[in-house]
Design a protein around this ligand. Structure first.
Ligand code: DGL
Length: 297
């Protein structure tokens, strides 16, 4: 798999340059992918966007790996079959660190994935102490451990699998923010002081939900650190693959449709929040998570 690790992206085959008005599907377990969608839409405002949230299976972070692979393939099968995107952004570290090879084997559509931004973190740290804040799934992945061994071998890397943060980000978007104590408890393990006095100075936001909480993280951090959000790099990768938007493209003129596989969490405040981000049309395409989604062997 060709990987642009500097950018925190993992990409597949290159599409022809300058695809006019492409259809781009941005996919996540929930609404974290909006942080990536916003960056991508900035660089290709002329595209038609579909935002798909597999909320029936949210959160992905706690799913066993075989269940997650089968689930993402099944949902993608439906989405690609129905909407025929020119490119899919898998705006989810938990899925990208596991499922991209299977997606590429099954579908001809190009995929851009999001993987933990370890390489830029290693380049940015001065103390040599990095923390990777992610879902329990991403923290456990062999892929993540390989990235660290390859690009941050000279650093002390603290892996922090946050059990509740993705849920907290969803609550924030729905206008029901959790209190500071709960949020501070989730990020506390990122802040490490070594015996020689060195301290963590870089934290990778290795879940697309977390930038939704960045302003609060900055306020609650026990000391200032550099937070690395890979989403601008993902947008640059999409631009590289699709080519630039035409000069006369109306900025963000296209209405964006949000598709949910469950819809249970789509409250009125959440609809308002989505509308304020340009997602004015909400559609439920029900796809319950079944135990049968896992392969038998
Ligand atoms: N947004 C997803 C990610 O980047 C994870 C959220 C979840 O646990 O479903 O990993």
């Amino acid at each position: 798999m060709p990987i642009d690790l500097m950018a925190g992206t993992a990409t597949s085959a290159v599409v022809t340059a300058s695809t006019p008005e492409p259809t781009i599907l941005v996919f996540d377990s929930g609404l974290g992918g909006l942080t990536v969608f916003e960056q991508v839409r900035r660089v290709r405002p002329d595209a038609t966007y579909l935002y798909a949230a597999d909320d029936a299976a949210f959160p992905y972070g706690g799913l066993p790996e075989p269940v997650l692979v089968a689930r993402v393939l099944a949902v993608m099968d439906r989405l690609i079959g129905r909407h025929r995107p020119d490119l899919v952004v898998v705006a989810c570290n938990t899925a990208s660190t596991l499922v991209l090879p299977s997606l590429r084997a099954r579908f001809g559509t190009p995929f851009v994935g999001v993987v933990p931004p370890i390489k830029p973190a290693a380049a940015a740290t001065r103390s040599g102490m990095i923390s990777l804040l992610a879902t329990p799934g991403t923290v456990a992945r062999a892929y993540t451990h390989d990235l660290i061994a390859t690009y941050a071998g000279a650093c002390d890397v603290t892996l922090v699998g946050a059990p509740n943060l993705a849920n907290f980000a969803e609550a924030e978007l729905a206008g029901q923010p959790v209190d500071d104590t709960a949020l501070a408890a989730e990020i506390a393990r990122c802040f490490v002081t070594a015996a020689d006095g060195r301290r963590t100075d870089v934290v990778c936001l290795a879940c697309t939900h977390y930038p939704l909480l960045l302003a609060r993280f900055e306020r609650l951090a026990p000391w200032p650190v550099t937070w690395i959000d890979p989403s601008p790099a993902i947008a640059r990768r999409v631009l590289q693959l699709l080519g630039p938007a035409p000069q006369d493209a109306d900025r963000m003129r296209m209405p964006v449709r949000a598709i949910f596989t469950g819809g249970g969490s789509v409250t009125t405040p959440l609809r308002h929040s989505l509308a304020s981000r340009g997602l004015r049309e909400v559609m439920i395409d029900a796809m319950p998570l079944c135990v049968n989604d896992a392969p038998a062997d």
